[in-house]
Design a binder for this molecule. Sequence first.
Ligand code: GTP
Length: 168
Amino acid sequence: GFKKRKVKIICCGLDNSGKSTIINKLNPKKIDKPVDPTVGFSVEEFEKNQIQMTVFDMSGQGRYRYMWECFYQKLDGIIFVIDSTDDQRLCVARDELYAILRHKDVESTPILILANKQDLDNAISPADLTTALHLYALNAREWNLVATDALKGTGIEDGIRWLSDSVV
Ligand code: GTP
């Protein structure tokens, strides 16, 4: 198909899941440095796989999550980041994920779920996350779950390549 030159992507997930770290890894202009919690949202623009990407890095803190849906119009793709070590809040992450999936503005938007922090010993495996999040029940939507270590950058390129290919 015809690939869009400009795509609009939103990056969501609970606070501390690693969204800003992941987006900084993708943006060649950013140097490696620790990130602060995002307040509200920040916008990053960069080119990847010959595609001009505009990525909205949304704050994951509870008091800002209502803002996510303000960005659902004309979205090409969604990245949902999960802290794979945060088993205590996995059900909160699942609720937020399904709030997105149920929203009519993004009912057919491809979604890339990143099982982040896989470098840590207590990380839940990608297979177990897939089961816990009931992803196999998502019939009518393009989805993929990719394991990442955002500190090293492992998996991020693979995930973004899948999302770029899905955005046609
Ligand atoms: P908010 O802006 O509050 O929504 O958080 P965020 O999702 O943008 O998370 P952020 O990128 O700020 O990362 C939170 C913390 O997790 C930071 O201390 C990161 O260094 C750390 N972190 C992110 N990704 C990984 C990872 O893959 N492995 C490990 N070990 N730590 C990570």
